[in-house]
Design a protein around this ligand. Structure first.
Ligand SMILES: CC1(C)CO[C@@H](CC(=O)O)CN1
Length: 431
């Protein structure tokens, strides 16, 4: 017996120039999850879930018009899925006026962790600040209490640095200098040398990262006396590609030499235990095979390593749909007690919206992206992974569970000079 259908809006960044076109892999992943939850007789019994989606191009204005079209055209939507920090900011700030929850699968901006501005926002994508406790943990492990920061002047990195500074203060780690640049890092890198920076946290997009690395080479700010922390979600050989195209005047060999030994931190988006069965019955590797099949059908040459954007984040979109289905299921059970159902939801019905909020807020299940649970500000609670570039390839050094303050260390780190670089010039007193 089908009591009816449940509808949600899906705003995916499919193509466009700026930002992140992660909808290319995230939309197919969301559709896989939709088929899976609708096939479950123990979920949403009597109802079928539908996603009505449109392309935001990762542009906030277009994202807003997509949202209005979803809201002002029947059928009524119960919730919105969205990607891209800029689009999620716009959609989540407005959605509360319609009592709509917003579930973001591709938004990393720390500014979104703000219940005052975004009272109905949840995200399966972790905030960029998730790296910071991991960076602090590594500094404490290697005895670095004097660091420097080099960042690109972009909102996401500015708010990440503010959070990092707060963590450093609490941990008693001194920041000797904080350099930022718009697009040319030359002066900023030169100032790092002038301040005798040795342990440097770098926060920039991958094109700026190549420019930084070439300046680091020129100023010899690498090797046995330096440690660089880079972001871990750049493509694997990022430091030796596009050099001509982007006017980088360092050779691939020079870039490799400057990059040798750097550390990276990133949030884990694929459940690490690849033979652990998740709520869908799949392991994360089963999910990968099904996603690859769906992407081949959509025309991507997966076997030729031609992955669409958002491939890394696809588990976050898949799990977002599961989080919605489980929350709706919980809400329907609660509403039935008072003879109501989600069919009674309207954009002015705050009571049912609060029930949906409560249901999402108490989410906790093992998804293909790992344990899915949210902080009080709606942020994804996630593990982080630490890697090091050794002999031109990334080696996994360990994982960090911030909530449990548990660092799993694999003892694989290697230092160019054979020992941990000190965080300052070491003066040896002649006896
Ligand atoms: C790890 C990354 C690439 C960070 O940016 C996210 C997009 C955004 O925050 O707009 C997608 N995932």
């Amino acid at each position: 017996r089908r009591d009816g259908d449940l509808h949600i809006g899906g705003i995916f960044p499919m193509e466009g120039e700026g930002g992140w076109q992660g909808g290319q892999a995230c939309k197919p992943a969301a559709e896989l999850a939709l088929a899976d939850v609708n096939a479950r007789s123990d979920l949403l019994s009597g109802f079928k879930l539908y996603i009505h989606s449109n392309d935001s191009k990762c542009e906030p204005g277009l994202g807003a018009s997509v949202m209005y079209n979803l809201l002002y055209n029947p059928p009524q939507k119960l919730l919105l899925l969205a990607g891209c920090s800029t689009v999620c900011t716009t959609v989540a700030e407005a959605a509360k006026m319609w009592n709509l929850m917003v579930l973001c699968y591709g938004a990393s901006s720390p500014a979104l962790s703000d219940r005052a501005r975004f009272p109905t926002l949840f995200r399966t994508h972790p905030s960029a600040t998730v790296h910071n406790p991991t960076r602090i943990k590594l500094m404490q492990k290697f005895g670095w209490s004097r660091i420097a920061i080099l960042q690109q002047a972009e909102e996401v990195f500015i708010s990440t640095v503010e959070d990092l500074e707060a963590h450093c203060k609490k941990a008693g780690i001194e920041i000797v200098t904080r350099q930022s640049f718009l697009s040319d890092p030359a002066d900023a890198v030169r100032n790092l040398r002038r301040q005798d920076a040795r342990v440097i946290v770098g926060l920039f997009y991958v094109v700026a990262a190549r420019r930084v690395l070439c300046e680091v080479y020129k100023h010899r700010l690498y090797g046995k006396s330096y440690v660089w922390f880079f972001i871990g979600w750049y493509e694997d050989n990022w430091f030796e590609t596009n050099l001509e195209k982007e006017g980088i005047d360092c050779s691939p060999e020079q870039m490799r030499e400057a990059a040798e030994g750097h550390l990276t931190t990133e949030a884990l988006m694929w459940n690490q235990n690849s033979n652990q069965t998740t709520i869908s019955g799949m392991t994360s590797e089963d999910f990968r095979s099904r996603l690859n099949e769906a992407l081949r059908e959509a025309g991507y040459d997966i076997d030729g390593e031609r992955y669409p954007e958002g491939y890394q984040e696809a588990p976050l979109a898949y799990d977002a749909v599961w989080a919605v289905a489980l929350a709706f299921n919980k809400t329907m059970e609660k509403l039935e007690k008072s003879g109501l159902s989600l069919k009674n939801f309207t954009y002015t019905n705050k009571k049912i919206a609060d029930d949906i909020y409560e249901a999402i807020n108490s989410t906790s299940f093992l998804g293909v992206s790992g344990l899915v649970a949210f902080s009080s500000q709606g942020d994804r609670i996630a593990l982080t992974q630490i890697e090091q570039l050794t002999d031109n390839h990334y080696v996994k050094l360990g994982y960090y569970d911030t909530q449990a303050d548990n660092l799993t260390w694999l003892e694989r780190e290697r230092w160019v000079g054979g020992k941990v670089p000190p965080d300052r010039t070491v003066v040896v007193n002649e006896l």
